[in-house]
Write a protein that binds this ligand. Structure first.
Ligand code: TMP
Length: 212
């Protein structure tokens, strides 16, 4: 069986990734593609348990290195039990966040730098990377405003200082520059339907599809 494709959606808070992920999954389904929609941190029962520790509580709850290891532990569980089996079975996996979020949040946001994070990824996952990464970019204040009414107690990162969020935006754009082969920047400040058109155009161009 032909392996499926792995698409990740990345970006800062309030960028509209979850909505676009659902719409992209629907478009792929309409084209007859079997899709697994998932997210990080989380996506499998064990990884969701780790997620709870990461997204709730005091902003200073973890030393940055611990946070890196928790996100990585969740990823090991998720990749082994959900992502790799789905791809091997021919499904496409559309995932809300992956390794690039670790580089942006822990590497740039918490200033751990990228070397340790890339080395850890290499050690645990080798050359495993998404086939396509869509980086949703928008001004920090616009993104944070959009997250204000979310609730659910999962706002530990949203409560971090403004400078942290500015470093994230810069970090994601740097990732896009470094990985031109698989990354495309999406202007997430546009309205939902326009963003969707841009997402579909990128996916069509990357995989020679005619989604609408
Ligand atoms: P979400 O709000 O997009 O569901 O993600 C939960 C939070 O986890 C989000 O604020 C970003 C953060 N995060 C990291 O800090 N490092 C990571 O590696 C991942 C995947 C997410």
């Amino acid at each position: 069986m032909v392996e499926g494709k792995f698409i990740t959606l990345e970006g800062a808070e309030g960028a509209g990734k979850s909505t676009q992920l659902q719409r992209l999954g629907d478009a792929l389904n309409r084209a007859g593609v079997d899709v697994v929609r998932t997210r990080e941190p989380g996506g499998s029962p064990a990884a969701e348990e780790i997620r709870t520790m990461l997204v709730s509580g005091e902003t200073q709850r973890w030393v940055p290195e611990t946070e890196l290891l928790l996100h990585t532990a969740a990823r090991v569980e998720h990749v082994a039990s959900i992502v790799k089996p789905a791809l091997a079975g021919g499904s496409w996996v559309v995932c809300d966040r992956f390794h690039d979020s670790t580089v942006a949040y822990q590497g740039h946001g918490h200033k751990l730098g990228t070397d340790m994070i890339d080395q850890l990824h290499q050690l645990l996952f080798g050359a495993f990377q998404p086939d396509l990464t869509l980086i949703f970019d928008l001004p920090v204040d616009m993104g944070l405003k959009r997250t204000q009414h979310r609730g659910g107690g999962e706002d530990r990162y949203e409560r971090m200082e403004m400078e942290f969020h500015e470093r994230l935006r810069h970090g994601f754009l740097e990732i896009a520059d470094r990985h031109l082969d698989r990354c495309a920047v999406i202007d997430a400040a546009k309205d939902e339907d326009d963003v969707y058109q841009d997402v579909i155009a990128c996916v069509n161009a990357s995989f020679s599809l005619a989604l609408d």
